[in-house]
Write a protein that binds this ligand. Structure first.
Ligand code: B4P
Length: 143
């Protein structure tokens, strides 16, 4: 049996007047699904390094523009091409509010979305659950 695929990403949020907004990217693949920035862990790097690298590659946001929030981590498990895939997400705040999202050719669109819209876009139950848990955590953290 093939091994597990490891990936990592950041649930990036910003504070808006209407509340917390989450960054979601729409894949340029045929199914055009929406996820936070994330991607495969390369040989020699750890999950957090992969999450920062993928965020810069996919959204143009550098590590210095964002701050990982201690205390929140969410692990998703699903199957892709019949191989188990694990994606670990951390929550990270956009600190540099002048930084712009710049997409690579892996994505066709992005959205800063409140929780309800983010969950509707994310669609996959585990991703929805991660966003909801993150939002609950941030309500306490930001109060
Ligand atoms: N848009 C693009 N066009 C062309 N090449 C691209 C590409 N994006 C990445 N690549 C290439 O693919 C390789 C890996 O890219 P990476 O960028 O390193 O990895 P990834 O985001 O984890 O890839 P992917 O988009 O396939 O993952 P996801 O799990 O969301 O999706 C994999 C499958 O799982 C499904 N899925 C996603 N989230 C799920 C969930 N929570 N539950 C169940 N299924 C889910 C998706 O619908 C999809 O069918 C690289 O070679 C890269 O160049």
């Amino acid at each position: 049996m093939s091994g597990e695929v490891r990936a990592a990403g950041l649930i990036i949020f910003r504070r808006a007047t209407s509340g917390v907004e989450y960054l979601l990217l729409q894949s340029s693949r045929k199914e055009a699904h929406w996820t936070p920035p994330k991607g495969h862990v390369d040989p020699g790097e750890n999950e957090l390094q992969a999450a920062f690298r993928e965020t810069e590659e996919e959204a143009g946001l550098h590590e210095k523009d964002i701050g990982v929030i201690e205390g929140f981590e969410s692990v998703l498990k699903y199957r892709v091409n019949n191989r188990p895939k694990t994606v670990v997400y951390w929550a990270a705040e956009l600190k540099n509010t002048t930084a712009s999202v710049v997409l690579s050719d892996e994505h066709v669109d992005y959205r800063w979305a409140g929780l309800a819209e983010a969950c509707a876009l994310a669609a996959f139950p585990e991703m929805v659950s991660s966003l909801q848990k993150c939002d609950t955590f941030l309500q306490e953290y930001l109060s």
